[in-house]
Every structure is written in structure tokens, then in C-alpha cells.
Design a protein. Structure first.
Length: 229
């Protein structure tokens, strides 16, 4: 019982620290570091690799598709590779739907190919070895929290010129503040929150960032121990 009590005490302390940090800027900068610490554009890419993140549609794949479109239009000579496991012969599979999204955004279907066997970042990098010359410059497109691991994986697999484009979300420019009492309803002792953007959005976003950072730190540690990065 004592051991269990100590365990729950540590868990409580941990979550309290997470809550405190959510009121600071540190979670954002940690998330930003994961996305930018290995992101650079040194070489004009010959291949743009869209690393799949989920089903289709999903927030991660739609965000990555949006950035892939921008990259493909900036580098029109580059070929696009959709790295997502799935049945290519099925027009309703996730890889095919990702391709359809890119075509809808104006990318030529002939310039899009697939890497449909890799089921994690390491295997995607290894599978791409058979599709791309190690000396060819590549551009990885993935979510910010995944970017550092992706770049390190592809470099470990032997790719010599790895560019990276993290798919960051853009903040809305609108003012979302409001006056609570002007919206009607019950007037209670609960404090007004209409003008407190930090409480309504930022704290919750930072808690989400903390979860993403914690998960990615575990993943980076595992990949490092396995010798994949």
C-alpha cells in the first residue's frame, strides 16, 4: 500500500508540474524545437516525401498535404512520394486518397508515386532506399513533433541530403474575445472568461503540446537505443 501511495503521489506531482508549465511558454517552445531543430532547406529537392500520419481525411494528413502542395509548386521538377501503408490497388485506400487530395490541389498525378510498405519511420526510410538514390536531395513533410525523428531516421538510413518542412498550424488572426453577459444565459458566480484567451485556448493547447512532447521523447529514446537514429 505504501508503494502504491508513493506512486500516486509522484503521478500527482507530475501532473501538477504539467499544469503549471501549461501557463508558461515552455510547452510551445518545446514543440517548436521538435519541429525546427533539424529542419533546413539546403538543397533543391528531387523528391518530396509526404510521410503519412493517419487516416484520410485526418488533421495530420490534411496538414501535411497542404504543405506538400506548397513544396511541389515551389519545386515543380521534384517528384512526390506518398509514404503511407495501404493497398495501392484499392482506390479507397488511405494512400490513394492522399494522392487524390494532392491531385485536387493541383499536383500532377504522374509525378506522384507510393511507398506503401513502411509502417513506422524507420521502415519508411529503409523502403525509400529502393526508390531514391542516396545522393539525391529529398524533402520530408511531416508534423512538427515528428520532424526531428524523421530527419534523423533518413540520415541514419544513408540519405545524404535531407531537407525538412514541418507542417505547423497557423494561428487565426481574428480576435476571439467576447463579453460573457452580453450573450445572455445565467449570470452566476463563475468568473467571466470571454476576454481570457489564455484560459480558453492557450492552456489547453499547451497541455496537448506536453503530451506530444512526452510521447516524442519516449520515441526518440527508443529509436536511439535501437540504433535507428
Amino acid at each position: 500500500m505504501r508503494l502504491l501511495r508513493n506512486f500516486f503521489t509522484l503521478i500527482g506531482i507530475f501532473f501538477f508540474i504539467c499544469l503549471v508549465f501549461s501557463f508558461t511558454e515552455q510547452p510551445y517552445w518545446g514543440y517548436h524545437w521538435l519541429g525546427t531543430s533539424k529542419s533546413e532547406l539546403k538543397w533543391e529537392p528531387k523528391h518530396i516525401i509526404l510521410l503519412g500520419g493517419g487516416g484520410m481525411p485526418s488533421q495530420s494528413n490534411l496538414m501535411r498535404s497542404w504543405y506538400t502542395e506548397k513544396a511541389a509548386k515551389s519545386f515543380p521538377q521534384a517528384k512526390v512520394i506518398v509514404a503511407m501503408p495501404g493497398l495501392i490497388s484499392d482506390s479507397l485506400s488511405t494512400p490513394q486518397r492522399m494522392k487524390a487530395e494532392l491531385v485536387l490541389r493541383g499536383i500532377s498525378a504522374e509525378s506522384i508515386s507510393f511507398e506503401s510498405k513502411g509502417t513506422n519511420t524507420r521502415s519508411q526510410a529503409l523502403e525509400c532506399q529502393g526508390l531514391i538514390k542516396m545522393q539525391d536531395p529529398i524533402l520530408l513533410v511531416t508534423s512538427p513533433e515528428h520532424m526531428r525523428r524523421a530527419v534523423l531516421c533518413f540520415k541514419k538510413a544513408g540519405f545524404e541530403k535531407v531537407n525538412a518542412l514541418p507542417a505547423f498550424e497557423n494561428a487565426a488572426e481574428a480576435d476571439f474575445s467576447f463579453t460573457d453577459d452580453e450573450l445572455g444565459g445565467n449570470k452566476t458566480l463563475v468568473p467571466d472568461v470571454g476576454n481570457n484567451i489564455n484560459m480558453r485556448y492557450q492552456v489547453w493547447n499547451h497541455l496537448k503540446y506536453e503530451i506530444l512532447i512526452a510521447r516524442e521523447m519516449f520515441a526518440l529514446s527508443y529509436y536511439k537505443l535501437r540504433g535507428w537514429i
